[in-house]
Ligand binder design. Sequence first.
Ligand SMILES: CSCCC(=O)C(=O)COP(=O)(O)O
Ligand SMILES: [Mg+2]
Length: 235
Amino acid sequence: MPVRAVVTDIEGTTSAIAFVKETLFPFAERALDGFLAQHGGEPAVAAILDETRALAPGQDPAEALRGWMARDEKVTPLKALQGMIWRQGFESGALKGHLWPDVAACLRAWAAAGIALRIYSSGSVEAQRLLFGHTEAGDLTPLLSGFDDTRTGPKREADSYAAIAHAAGLPPGEMLFLSDVAEELDAAQAAGMQTCQLVRAADGTVASNRHPACATFPEVAARFGLPAPDEPPPA
Ligand SMILES: CSCCC(=O)C(=O)COP(=O)(O)O
Ligand SMILES: [Mg+2]
């Protein structure tokens, strides 16, 4: 079936795991206490702290958030708060959204051919917009027609992918989900989507054998009949 929409994960798929773990997470960790001291009374931040207390009863919310960060737990209020903290970094230029060198040219070629492009990541929608709005290849958000995070649903549950297909207004079979995590691909496949695992050598991803595997976006293009970019990716 032809692919009319591509839904992509971020960490391990468009972007290096090391960028998330060694740049983004430490940035949020360093800024956490100051951010809560300055913004803790604002309604959006107070709501995140309430969500945190509900998920970690009896624990100081800042400590709960710090623990989730240390264990890389994809907990929705943590992800929302990280997005808010990263805003300052992206907008000041202290942070640049990392994309593997093959990604931007393919996204441009696919969008130009009328393929709908969407993001589905554990990173909050705010963080997704910031990352794609501030990449070394420029602002790529005009190429993207939809953003979903774990408020849509857990990434390992088929219903989340059904909801994404519904929001895109397409049959799931005409949508291709890209991720480094086999369990996420299993869920997308259970919802009827086409799937491809990104096995990025630098990320040390191990191919699952349950899904087609590609090392780069141009390989994805070749395998799924998507247009390839005109220009070669920068070295
Ligand atoms: C700017 S997105 C930050 C990435 C992040 O926090 C994360 O947890 C990524 O998880 P993914 O679902 O994209 O693998
Ligand atoms: Mg990932």
